[in-house]
Ligand binder design. Structure first.
Ligand code: ZN
Length: 305
C-alpha cells in the first residue's frame, strides 16, 4: 500500500426497527469497540410499522430474497406484525439512552426518516407537505432525544424524490446519504440542484450479496474488501437487524479483514471536510442494484456546473 492513500470507510448503520435499536445496536457497538472503529448510526425516528411491509415481502420477486436472508429469524414475528396486528412501537423515542451512549462512545447518530415503512413504500405518492412533515417529525424526535439538531439524513430504502430532497434541505440538515453511487456530489432532479451534499452508499449491502457471492462470513468480507478503492470514500451500509443479529459474523470478518488497512471515518466528518462548491452536480434517478428487487435512488452521470 506504500504511496497510495488507504480507502476511507464509513460504516453507515441503519436502524429500521424497535428491536434493532434495543438489541442489534449494542451488538454492533461491542464489535466496533473491540476494533476501535467509529460509525454513523442512522436511526428511524418514528413508529416501527415494519409489519405493513409484509405484503411487499411476500410478493413473488421477494421470495428468493426472503429465503436468502431468513427474514423471520432476522426480524422476529413481533416486528413482522408491528403496525398491523400489533401496535407500532416507537424506535428512537423508546431508547434515548441508547442514542446518547452511542454519541458518548464517539459514534455519530443521524436520522433514518420517521415512518420507515411509509417512506419506503409510499414516498412518490406523498405530497410535498406530507414528506416535509415526515422529515420535521423525525428531526423533532431526534432533538428531543439528544438535545441538538441532527446533521445527517439517510432516506429509508434509498428512496428519494424532489420533494424529499427539498424537505431535507429545508429542515437544515448538513448532509444526506440517500442514494447509491460512487462519490460525494450535489444532487439534482430535472435540473433543480439541492443544497445539502449527498454521500452515497458505495458498497453492496449484506442482503444484496448473501447467498449470491457466498454465505461464509470470510468470503463475504473478502468480496467487500476487494472493492475498496485506494483514496476513495467508501460508504458501507449495514443493518442493526442483520449485522447486529444473525449475521454479526460478517461484520466481525469485515473488521478483521480491513482494520489497519483502511481508515474508518464518520460520515458527518467527511461531510464537514467537503468543499461543496467543488462537488460535481449529479442527477438522481430511480434505478436498480444487483440483488435488490425494489428500485433505489441512484447517482447518475455528472453535469457541468
Ligand atoms: Zn432502513
Amino acid at each position: 500500500m506504500s504511496g497510495a492513500a488507504p480507502p476511507r470507510v464509513a460504516l453507515k448503520v441503519d436502524v429500521d426497527t424497535h428491536d434493532g435499536l434495543r438489541d442489534g445496536v449494542a451488538i454492533i457497538r461491542d464489535r466496533l469497540a473491540a476494533y476501535g472503529v467509529p460509525a454513523s448510526f442512522f436511526v428511524a425516528c418514528g413508529p416501527d410499522a415494519m409489519g405493513r411491509r409484509l405484503p411487499h415481502l411476500l410478493r413473488p420477486g421477494f421470495l428468493l430474497k426472503l429465503l436468502r436472508t431468513r427474514a423471520p429469524s432476522v426480524y422476529g414475528w413481533r416486528t413482522l406484525l408491528s403496525g398491523t396486528l400489533l401496535p407500532a412501537r416507537p424506535i428512537a423515542a423508546a431508547f434515548p439512552d441508547v442514542l446518547r451512549a452511542l454519541v458518548r462512545a464517539g459514534h455519530e447518530v443521524a436520522v433514518h426518516g420517521h415512518d420507515h415503512a411509509r417512506w419506503q413504500d409510499r414516498l412518490p405518492a406523498l405530497d410535498a407537505a406530507a414528506v416535509a412533515a415526515e422529515v420535521m417529525r423525525a428531526r423533532a424526535v431526534y432533538r428531543q432525544a439528544l438535545g441538538v439538531d441532527p446533521r445527517g439524513f439517510g432516506a429509508p430504502g434509498w428512496r428519494c424524490t424532489a420533494a424529499s430532497l427539498a424537505a431535507v434541505d429545508d429542515a437544515g440538515f448538513t448532509y444526506r446519504s440517500d442514494t447509491r453511487g460512487d462519490a460525494p456530489y450535489l444532487p439534482a432532479i430535472t435540473g433543480r440542484v439541492f443544497r445539502a451534499p449527498e454521500l452515497p452508499t458505495t458498497l453492496p449491502t449484506l442482503d444484496e450479496i448473501y447467498g449470491i457471492v457466498g454465505r461464509d462470513p470470510a468470503v463475504l468480507a473478502e468480496h467487500l474488501a476487494r472493492r475498496l478503492r485506494p483514496g476513495a470514500l467508501e460508504v458501507h451500509t449495514i443493518h442493526a437487524e442483520l449485522e447486529g443479529g444473525p449475521y454479526v459474523g460478517v461484520l466481525e470478518a469485515f473488521l478483521a479483514r480491513t482494520v489497519g488497512r483502511v481508515r474508518f471515518v464518520r460520515l458527518g466528518d467527511e461531510a464537514d471536510a467537503l468543499d461543496a462548491s467543488a462537488l460535481p452536480v449529479c442527477e438522481v434517478r430511480d434505478g436498480t442494484v444487483p440483488g435488490r428487487p425494489l428500485p433505489v435512488a441512484r447517482q447518475r452521470s455528472r453535469q457541468r456546473r
